[in-house]
Design a protein around this ligand. Structure first.
Ligand code: ADP
Length: 507
């Protein structure tokens, strides 16, 4: 547990914690879920989970090490023997039950999520719907994981291609979408017939454990869905074991590019299947032809959702010169309309940052920009009157390429605005990064729409739209933003392999 978490534990916070741990919260767990049982770490070590809005401790969970994780991998490996041989219909039925329970318990899931991630309750409720939708989709998709019978070049041979589950999948997930980043992976894995070991982020393990509780209630068999928890100090050893264990067939990770690169190297040793959803640095381009209101609304949704802490968040706002002034005016008004505060307070649309490291990073990026000549049209400083992790929603103009905000993914409520002249220049700036997850642009010119969508070097493009994620679409990036796709029927690919069966000597 970090020193920070201890320091911010206050009396007021204790009172709030009691209110949070009401008797109606049956999904709140303080143990990990391995082989269908709720267990402590073998060492009995634990770590605290705090509410970023006030630092109050809202839960305590096992701080597991590699020995504990080995046990979870073993459980998943044994369970794979039988789970892979269930019918797709049976797996779909269990997933459907899990989905139904998630729906029935949506309010409680949202409360837990807001308490541990700080996001506004309306956003948590939205994430519950979004996260659940992956289980809904994959409950159906299980029955469509079909093979092929191919035209044989020889009459005596029959050529079949079957799809089989890869085995145990390790799922390492981040804190910004504590529910959806698990269901997006686990839904596809379980539908395919894989078993999973989930390692949620240390900031948000309670949502993961709540999902495990519902999996248990849904009748997911023992060892099929395991959740192990550990604090940051153990994350690298645990991650290394998940990437190198002979009993793990594949790893799926959502998180920072830096950690993704470590896992890529570790997975090379055993030639593991690997899915990576990494950092974004998304451009959002507003062309002169844009509908201003649509562009401003889209910017707000993409930039300020979850306090800017999403990998598809617009990181660089590139505005064409003729529309620039009016856009800056309108966006300023919209940003001033955000209501900052605790996620559980009514009407709040901007919560705190997740932790001290994130707060320090955002503060340093803004300071660097201001020192180098940027101007804060809105915000530009912390909001300590609300709590230690609040930073004012901010808009920076006069941003230049030597500033850190131009080059790095901010992951905070900071809109950085740059002006450009021609379409060509706008696209060049948009593509001038090693990242390639999402990109957005706003235009009412149909030729420009198809031209620019094709030229943007990203895995996902939002045209006149700031919110693009849904279970039915294929989510993923190019360049250093990752490997593979999640969601849609493509998400199943990560967890299956093709087996060619040749039946010969036929008469
Ligand atoms: P952030 O910096 O936003 O917390 P990370 O990429 O560090 O993003 O974290 C995403 C997930 O990766 C979390 O579950 C975290 O515990 C885990 N993690 C962090 N470092 C490592 C590592 N070296 N190996 C494996 N997993 C890690």
């Amino acid at each position: 547990m970090s020193v920070y978490k201890l320091n911010v534990f206050t009396c007021r916070a204790v009172w709030k914690c009691k209110a949070f741990s009401s008797r109606n919260m049956h999904l709140l767990q303080d143990k990990a879920f391995v082989n269908g049982r709720w267990i402590a770490a073998a060492s009995n070590n634990t770590f605290q989970v705090t509410n970023p809005a006030d630092g109050c401790v809202i839960g305590v969970v096992p701080d597991m090490n590699t020995a504990d994780v080995q046990q979870a991998i073993g459980a998943a490996k044994s369970a794979f023997d039988s789970w892979q041989n269930t019918t797709a219909k049976e797996r779909g039925k269990i997933l459907r039950k899990w989905f139904d329970l998630m729906e029935q318990n949506g309010d409680e899931l949202a409360k837990i999520m807001t308490a541990e991630s700080g996001k506004p309750i309306t956003e948590s409720k939205g994430e519950v719907v979004y996260g659940n939708s992956f289980i809904d989709l994959y409950a159906e998709e299980a029955r469509r994981i079909n093979g092929e019978i191919i035209q044989s070049p020889m009459p005596s041979k029959k050529i079949l291609i079957e799809r089989q589950p890869i085995g145990v999948a390790a799922l390492i997930t981040p804190w910004n979408f504590p529910h959806a980043m698990i269901t997006r992976k686990a839904g596809a894995a379980l539908a395919a017939g894989c078993t999973v070991v989930v390692k949620p982020a240390e900031d948000t393990p309670l949502t993961a454990l709540a999902l495990a509780k519902l999996a248990e209630e849904a009748g997911v068999p023992q060892g099929v869905f395991n959740v192990i928890t550990c604090d940051r100090q153990n994350a690298s050893d645990v991650g290394n074991l998940l990437c190198t264990s002979d009993d793990v067939a594949g790893v799926s990770f959502t998180g920072s590019t830096a950690v993704g690169k470590i896992l890529y190297k570790q997975c090379a040793q055993g030639i593991k299947r690997l899915g990576l959803e990494l950092g974004g640095n998304a451009p959002l381009v507003v062309f002169d032809s844009a509908n201003l209101a649509v562009a401003v609304n889209g910017t707000m949704a993409s930039k300020f959702r979850n306090c800017g802490q999403t990998c598809v968040s617009a990181n660089r706002l590139l505005i064409q010169s003729k529309i620039y002034d009016t856009y800056v005016d309108e966006l300023s008004k919209a940003i001033k309309g955000l209501k900052q505060g605790r996620g559980d307070e009514a009407g709040v649309t901007a919560g705190p940052l997740i932790n001290k490291a994130q707060f320090d990073k955002v503060s340093a990026l803004v300071k660097d920009a201001l020192d180098k000549g940027a101007k804060a049209v809105v915000g530009g400083k912390p909001a300590p009157q609300l709590g230690d992790l609040f930073y004012e929603p901010t808009m920076l103009v006069n941003v230049t390429s030597d500033m850190r905000v131009y080059n790095e993914e901010v992951f905070g409520p900071i809109a950085t605005v740059l002006k450009f002249e021609t379409e060509e220049e706008g696209i060049k700036i948009a593509n001038s990064t090693n990242s390639g997850l999402a990109g957005y642009f706003f235009s009412e010119d149909v030729n420009q729409i198809f031209r620019v969508a094709r030229k943007m070097e990203v895995g996902m493009v939002g045209v006149n739209e700031g919110l693009i994620s849904c279970a039915e679409a294929a989510f993923g990036g190019i360049k250093e933003s990752g490997l593979g796709r999640e969601g849609s029927h493509h998400g199943i690919e990560e967890y299956t392999y093709y087996k060619y069966v040749c039946v010969g000597n036929l008469n």
